[in-house]
Design a protein around this ligand. Structure first.
Ligand code: SF4
Length: 84
């Protein structure tokens, strides 16, 4: 998807599919260190969230899991997709 964005965080990979996002804010509520809603009310990576691990990876995974439309993909260190 051309509107996808990807970031490595603490060895894990998070991919956001902005075309799917409906702006529910679940991910932002649970993981505000990593996600934010932009001016289009779509999920985006927060500035600086690719630096030192800003968040516990279990909470990051849970935040991805909470997305009601599976717009957040989460991959482990081996590149295996865990969410959704
Ligand atoms: S939880 Fe999913 S739908 Fe809601 S803001 Fe995050 S990515 Fe978008």
């Amino acid at each position: 998807m051309e509107n996808a964005r990807e970031r490595q965080i603490d060895g894990f990979t998070v991919r956001i599919e902005r075309d799917l996002c409906i702006g529910s804010g679940n991910c932002v509520n649970l993981a505000p260190e990593v996600f934010e809603l932009d001016e289009q009310n779509l999920v985006a990576f927060k500035e600086g969230s690719g630096d030192d691990p800003p968040i516990d990876s279990a909470r990051l995974e849970e935040a991805c899991r909470l997305c009601p439309v599976d717009a957040l993909l989460f991959f482990d260190e081996d590149g295996e997709q865990i969410v959704p």
